[in-house]
Design a protein around this ligand. Structure first.
Ligand code: SF4
Ligand code: SF4
Length: 315
């Protein structure tokens, strides 16, 4: 099922392929293994792929697109804090994905309360790059409700990528209901909206169907990005998103899976580099080792990228 993302004119399948879990921060699939999954989703009707400079999944997407003649839109994200960094990230994406233009580039502002002021330089540079024809639309991804409350009045941000799930897990300044209200206002002001973390990074996997339906039914949510690691999972999600009969046996098995953050304590040096990388205040040092508060962890894997010893994985 296709919808138009706000006023962008871009028509997308409501199921967006979230590529984060394929890459080195999570499952660590090879470009070919991940690429085959993406290609299957594209050939089954998915047409928007969500990635980021930080995810390390450009090679997977490039593998999937090699020789693919169908439509594939790409949304990436830059965590840059300066104009120079934005340029580097956009050029990395264009080169890494072998594209002349990026469909959406989000300011990757998970933990930035007020991106329009704190990342004003980044937005200005993205606007220049858009005017040069290298970006079609500028977006904002955030875990903060306040970020979207201010963004609804910003004409240069066309797409938003909010964190929302039925428990509100991972939202940094309020409840799921408050985020839903801010998102609906953005939608009414013409922003395209595709949500993230509908399953709270895997924490709601045992209630996956109910959690996805919750987000899909919220007013103003055009589409939802879902990370998928098997052909069966892609097919099951496509059926659910298309309102088809859900295969009880397949979903029963998918909902039994468990994910968690693994810190290999024995080799953790206690350097603390992972702690500030966590957007959810879930990490701290205890007795000289990294420790995770599982109640707060949304299994995003960002801390894994910050560990110089490679001692953290989402498994
Ligand atoms: S502990 Fe790591 S995986 Fe969990 S929320 Fe923080 S950064 Fe993400
Ligand atoms: S960054 Fe790695 S080595 Fe350092 S405290 Fe965190 S888990 Fe331990």
């Amino acid at each position: 099922m296709r919808v138009v993302l706000g006023n962008t004119g871009i028509s997308v399948n409501r199921l967006v392929f979230g590529t984060l879990p394929l890459g080195p921060l999570q499952a660590g699939l090879s470009p070919e293994e991940g690429g085959r999954l993406i290609r299957h989703a594209l050939e089954s009707g998915v047409n928007l792929l969500d990635t980021a400079e930080l995810y390390g999944t450009y090679p997977h997407i490039r593998w999937a697109l090699d020789g693919y003649a169908g439509e594939a839109l790409i949304a990436t994200k830059t965590h840059a804090s300066t104009a120079d960094q934005v340029r580097v990230h956009v050029e990395n994406a264009l080169r890494g994905l072998n594209r002349g233009m990026l469909d959406i580039v989000h300011m990757h502002c998970a933990r930035i309360r007020n991106p329009l002021t704190e990342r004003a330089e980044v937005l200005e540079e993205l606007m220049k790059i858009r005017d040069e024809g290298k970006i079609a639309h500028i977006g904002l991804s955030s875990h903060y409700i306040s970020a979207f409350r201010t963004t609804m009045h910003c004409p240069d941000i066309s797409v938003i990528h909010p964190l929302i799930n039925k428990t509100g897990m991972g939202i940094l300044d309020g409840s799921a209901e408050e985020m839903a209200e801010a998102v609906a206002c953005c939608s009414r002001s013409g922003k395209g909206v595709y949500a993230m973390k509908a399953l709270a990074g895997g924490n709601l996997i045992s209630e996956a169907r109910e959690s996805l339906h919750y987000v899909l039914r919220l007013p103003g949510i055009d589409a939802v990005a879902v990370g998928m690691l098997s052909l069966r999972e892609i097919d099951a999600n496509l059926s659910l998103f298309n309102g088809l009969v859900e295969d009880e046996m397949v979903w029963g098995e998918l909902e039994k899976r468990r994910r968690k953050l693994k810190i290999i304590e024995r080799f953790c040096t206690g350097c603390g580099s992972c702690v500030p990388a966590c957007h959810s205040d879930a990490l701290s040092l205890k007795d000289g080792k990294a420790w995770v508060d599982e109640e707060r962890c949304i299994l995003c894997g960002y801390c894994a990228a910050a560990c110089p010893e490679f001692m953290i994985r989402v498994i």
